[in-house]
Design a protein around this ligand. Structure first.
Ligand code: GLU
Ligand code: ZN
Length: 321
């Protein structure tokens, strides 16, 4: 990937859409993508599309093609990609070598489940207990003694607040030592964690604006620390948007087929009705205006997106059509 050196390009907003092909995308993803896409486009920015498929145990055949078809159906476009994480393993390996040389990571042989889960983005319900630092006395080279065993690499976090000014949540400060502690950044045999892959990619793709669901808030201090550890000069803005709930108040989940974009698409729903509803939910219009994402570029302001979670009522939506 060519790095852009001109000042003009360096200051341009570069946002990204980063679906995981682990199930079908649903209305909640569509809303977050709309906000991410508009946050970049309304600033005259560019969009990168990235497929986050390193958790091979959860990737479903055909889900990448379906995610792209869903995005196109809704009317999104992008300027580069799709980049595919499973094809970028060398870049993640290289980053790990640097972190080992800096003694910022150590081998951990504690829990299996924790080690296995790390390849997927940790959404709210995945936040486990804080790691007690059992293996923190090890050095990176101690991994040689573990040859042939499977283990995790943990990233050493400082015990101080990492802060950022969130596009939607305002001033944020999280002490990573309290929220999770030293976290898994890869496992051996080598599989990068979600945290490592995202940062290596955001750096390589010059992404300077990350907009995603607020269940990933706890990942942000980790990603800021990894990015600094890798020596990245890029200044990055983060924005976390509230999640979408269903009529019963539960967070929309991939297991619920009815709210999947592919289902709505197959049922012949006009995507402009969905975009109109989502735009209204973001405070961009009072009524539902059938529309495409680019119709909202000029009116979008991060400040108009409500702080509270939004309820998607499928029956109401379908009955109105
Ligand atoms: N691929 C992740 C997910 O679908 C999103 C990660 C991110 O935006 O940082 O959960
Ligand atoms: Zn350990």
């Amino acid at each position: 990937m060519e790095r852009s050196d001109s000042l003009e390009q360096a200051s341009q907003v570069i946002g990204r859409l980063a679906p995981s092909p682990t199930g079908g995308l649903h209305v909640g993803h569509a809303r977050t993508f709309l906000i991410a896409w508009l946050a970049a486009r309304s600033a005259g920015g560019r969009i990168v599309l990235r497929i986050e498929d390193i958790d091979t145990t959860r990737v479903r055949p055909g889900a990448t093609e379906q995610a792209i078809a869903d995005l196109e159906w809704l009317g999104f476009d992008w300027d580069s990609g799709p980049y595919v994480q499973s094809q970028r393993m060398d870049a993640y390996r290289e980053a790990m070598e640097l972190l080992k040389r800096k003694e910022l990571v150590y081998p951990c042989t504690c829990t299996r489940a924790d080690i296995e889960r790390a390849a997927s983005a940790p959404h709210a319900e995945d936040e486990g207990p804080t790691y007690p630092g059992t293996c923190a006395g090890r050095f990176a080279h101690d991994a040689a003694k573990l040859a042939g065993r499977s283990f995790a690499w943990r990233f050493r976090v400082p015990s101080s607040d990492v802060s950022w000014n969130d596009l939607f949540l305002g001033e944020m400060a999280i002490n990573p030592a309290v929220r999770g502690g030293d976290f898994s950044i890869a496992r051996e045999p080598f599989v990068p964690s979600y945290q490592l892959a995202v940062v290596v990619d955001d750096n390589a793709m010059d992404v300077n604006q990350v907009v995603r669901g607020d269940d990933l808030v706890v990942s942000t201090p980790r990603q800021i620390l990894i990015s600094q550890a890798l020596g990245a000069a890029i200044k990055r803005t983060y924005g976390h948007v509230p999640l979408v709930c269903d009529a019963s108040g539960k967070r929309l989940a991939k297991r619920d087929g009815a709210i999947k974009l592919a289902t709505l698409r197959a049922d012949g729903v006009d995507p402009r009705n969905l975009i109109g509803l989502l735009a209204q939910s973001c405070g961009l219009s009072e009524t539902i205006v059938p529309s495409r994402p680019d119709n909202w570029i000029d009116v979008f302001r991060p400040g108009s997106v409500p702080r509270a979670s939004w309820t998607f009522n499928l029956n109401e939506f379908v009955n109105r059509l």
